[in-house]
Write a protein that binds this ligand. Structure first.
Ligand code: C2O
Ligand code: CU
Ligand code: CU
Length: 433
């Protein structure tokens, strides 16, 4: 359910363990409801004031994934909200329209808390975006795709074994918006879907069962300069894509499935099969009031980087359960500052997975970046990478360069968004000074 936070009003989000009495219902984590949290919608240039109370029996926090906000509001693993404590988030949203999200960010516990239900969307809207007249209201639907593993009693299982810390903890049940076997009744027209891969590790290669093309109109943190027509769209953990699907050629009474199409080259545990994610049941003819625009929202390409900073991704087999995944040879240490960046600097960061055999969706806090190059592996910039990003998927053998400008001071993290890798220590601190 969309919740609007007005410039001056505040929303109380409470996190609690919902123990539902009815048979067939089980305890999960949520933000004041069942699985997942409210979709928060704000307008560009609004101020957000949000009270957060932790009603869990363990510590948690909230990280606003994709938001370019002060370090003190970012939800660094240092910032913990202990049980029965509250935190007041206040920040201004000055970035472009896009589909961001929020989730806990504790070193060692992120995978568990996200899997158990803590995540939600944070959507930024703007006047420029409104002028595009994209499908809206009932024709604009967020889709949070997550895989879960369930215990026999229906509770969510999260107990990665050492091999699953390496590959990622893969669920056997795919949920969309917390729903099993999800379907959506649609009319014969264009729909806008804001897709989040909210899984801890699973990569999805989205496709439609009728083989139809669809259009990518937005990346993680913004609208693309023009629609990109695709047949498949790969999203790693933490990545988002804003897509348009046209159902106008589908006969009323037919179903179209959103599929994962089998893929390879992303490590042994990923992509092995084609399966259904959800179904679109075309149940009515509807008049179209939308025409796909030739161009969307242009943006200026960043240039003039003062340096290229290397981030070498490695994995070493060890006997200890923690610390097999490293960046620049290091495992996360909350107290250590690994990189120092000058406030206002523009830099290229190079993620190097050239010797790796697993995929790593690399994410940087406190910025939105642009992908400037991918060498090795797929050797190209993908359609969903032609706009503002905060998470970029590296296949084994790939090096990816991203460019960004650091406009928030303080301590942030850069990490792999495979949450098992992150919790294993594949994360570094950087400080903007
Ligand atoms: Cu979505 Cu540092 O995280
Ligand atoms: Cu983030
Ligand atoms: Cu990783």
């Amino acid at each position: 359910i969309p919740v609007t936070i007005n410039a001056t009003s505040s929303l109380s989000a409470q996190v609690g363990r919902d123990t539902l009495a009815a048979a067939g219902e089980v305890a999960v984590l949520g933000y004041g409801g069942g699985l997942l949290g409210p979709t928060i919608r704000v307008q560009k240039n609004q101020n957000v004031n949000l009270n957060f109370t932790n009603e869990l029996t363990e510590h948690t926090n909230i990280h606003w994934h994709g938001l370019v906000i002060p370090a003190a509001m970012d939800g660094h693993p240092d910032h913990m909200v202990m049980p029965n404590k509250s935190f007041n988030f206040q920040f201004a949203v000055n970035q472009q329209a896009g589909t961001n999200w929020y989730h806990p960010h504790l070193h060692g516990l992120t995978g568990k808390q996200v899997t158990e239900g803590l995540a939600g969307l944070f959507i930024i809207e703007s006047d420029e975006e409104k002028a595009l007249n994209l499908p809206s209201g009932v024709h604009e639907i967020p889709l949070i795709i997550q895989d879960k593993r369930l215990n026999a009693n229906g509770t969510i299982k999260y107990n990665p074994a050492m091999t699953e810390v390496m590959t990622g903890f893969m669920g056997d049940t795919i949920l969309v918006n917390g729903t099993h076997k999800p379907f959506l009744e649609v009319g014969t027209r264009f729909y806008r879907f804001r897709v989040l891969n909210g899984s801890t590790a699973r990569i999805y290669n989205l496709a439609l069962s009728n083989g139809a093309d669809f259009y990518v109109i937005g990346s993680d943190g913004g609208i693309l300069p023009q629609p990109e027509r695709v047949k498949t769209l790969m999203l790693g953990s933490g990545e988002r894509a804003d897509i348009l699907i046209d159902f106008s050629d589908v006969a009323v009474g037919k179903m179209v499935y959103l599929m994962n199409e089998e893929f390879s080259g992303m490590g042994d545990a990923q992509g092995k099969q084609t399966y259904k994610i959800m179904s679109f049941d075309v149940n009515r003819s509807e008049n179209e009031d939308f025409m796909l625009p030739a161009s969307l929202i242009p943006f200026t390409k960043l240039s003039g980087a003062s340096q290229t900073r290397p981030f070498k991704l490695t994995m070493s087999m060890g006997h200890s359960k923690a610390g097999m995944h490293k960046i620049n040879g290091k495992v996360f240490d909350a107290a250590r500052i690994d990189q120092s960046v000058s406030f206002g600097a523009t830099e290229i960061w190079e993620f190097d997975n050239s010797t790796g055999d697993e995929a790593h969706p690399m994410h940087v806090h406190g910025v939105q970046f642009q992908v400037v190059a991918r060498t090795g592996g797929r050797n190209t910039i993908l359609p969903q990478e032609k706009g503002w990003k905060d998470t970029v998927l590296l296949a084994p053998k790939e090096k990816v360069q991203v460019i960004m400008k650091f406009e928030q001071k303080g301590k942030f993290v850069v990490h792999c968004h495979n949450l098992e890798h992150e919790d294993d220590g594949m994360m570094l601190n950087f400080e903007v000074v």
